[in-house]
Ligand binder design. Structure first.
Ligand code: FAD
Ligand code: SF4
Length: 329
């Protein structure tokens, strides 16, 4: 592991200035992604600015939304009673991620910014990785692809965005508040992530040094039903092969509104807009859910090692919709 300087920030503006001023300085929150990658030699910052003492924790409940400080841990958010009652699929996604120990360290801001789990990205002895070393190639495209993406991929990168909780948060139209040296701005989470294109090393719209301060998550209306379903190779402590976060709002036996996002299949947490359109105004049932699943996976570009994910993702979504609709009746 390369030597690095460590500073503990006590003032938010000073932390933002310090990181912005130096491209080789990074934030440190819970460290569960950052320190792993440093120990593995994937990242080698000259300096870490520890933000865990900044006043960016806490959960507050406003009319129709919950405001979550970026340093709130996954466990803290999962334990919040309003989240449990009004955003149950967010809670499910949190508790199906990582392990209890990790969730007690891992922050929401860090979760949204976690890096790819691609084995080639995480192994610096592999020379080809456009995300780690732009222009070097992509070892996964001719390699082992089981955990890789089928939506939003490019010829330059097929890595999945691995966050579970980002899936329901994208479905809910969460807003991300950030602070930079030139002030604050807010960004819809649906526009926060960037598919790889020919610049896989640029994963989101943040400028270097911009700090996530808060998330604003709209609450589901009373009566809305939601599910987060995660399919993985083992039942605990494993990333998703496929996942689906769904919301159904019903009116007179018809679907008034649907929210759908997929995990484990996209290079970004994948909002399935076309599937939502298919369900709006439909009667819940297998035909409508199959049509929604077809629409959600339209444009999927699997490779031999990820071909199984097309069918698996459709079945995951149909099952999530069926259990959500079942809960409604
Ligand atoms: C073994 C293991 C299993 C896991 N399983 C899952 C899983 O099943 N599902 C899942 O969703 N996740 C899983 N994770 C990922 C885990 O949830 C993330 O590592 C964690 O949420 C990152 O949060 P952190 O606070 O530790 O971030 P850090 O590691 O401290 O930071 C991560 C990145 O975000 C940046 N950063 C952190 N906070 C901010 C901020 N406020 N503003 C700007 N930049 C910031 C850091 O500079 C760094 O680049 C797993 C991780 C491990 C190690
Ligand atoms: S899929 Fe992306 S992260 Fe993995 S080797 Fe290819 S470029 Fe790197």
């Amino acid at each position: 592991m390369r030597p690095f300087d460590y500073a503990r920030a006590t003032d938010t503006a000073e932390a933002v200035s310090a990181v912005t001023a130096d491209p080789n300085t990074s934030y440190l929150a819970g460290g569960t992604t950052q320190l792993d990658l440093m120990k593995d030699g994937v990242l080698g910052p000259d300096r870490l600015v520890d933000i865990t003492r900044l006043p960016l924790g806490g959960i507050s409940h406003l009319d129709g939304m919950v405001r979550v400080g970026a340093l709130t841990t996954m466990e803290e958010l999962a334990a919040d009673p309003v989240v449990a009652r009004r955003l149950p699929f967010v809670r499910e996604a949190l508790l199906l991620g990582a392990s209890t120990q990790l969730r007690n360290m891992a922050t929401l801001g860090g979760n949204l910014l976690q890096r790819a789990r691609c084995r080639y990205f995480r192994d610096p002895t592999v020379p080809e990785c456009n995300k780690r070393d732009p222009g070097s190639g992509c070892a996964a495209i001719a390699g082992i692809q089981r955990m890789h993406a089928i939506l939003g991929t490019s010829d330059h990168c097929i890595a999945v965005h691995a966050s579970d909780v980002a899936v329901p948060l994208v479905a809910l139209d969460t807003t991300v508040h950030v602070q930079g040296v030139n002030g604050r701005r807010h960004i819809p989470l649906t526009g926060f992530y960037l598919p790889p294109g020919d610049t896989p090393h640029i994963e989101n719209v943040l400028e270097h040094g911009e700090l996530i301060t808060t998330l604003e998550v709209p609450l589901l209306p009373e009566g809305a039903r939601s599910t987060y379903l995660k399919v993985r190779d083992r039942v605990s402590y494993e990333f998703a092969l496929t996942s689906a976060g769904v919301v159904l709002m019903m009116d007179d036996g018809e679907i008034r509104e649907a929210r759908i996002a997929l995990g484990g299949v996209g290079t970004i947490p994948w909002r399935a807009w076309r599937a939502e359109d298919v369900l709006r105004g439909a009667r819940p049932g297998r035909d409508a859910f199959d049509a929604a699943a077809e629409a959600a996976l339209e444009g999927a570009g699997p490779l031999p090692g990820t071909a199984f994910k097309v069918g698996l993702a459709k079945r995951t979504l149909v099952r999530a919709l069926e259990s959500t609709a079942g809960a409604e009746s």
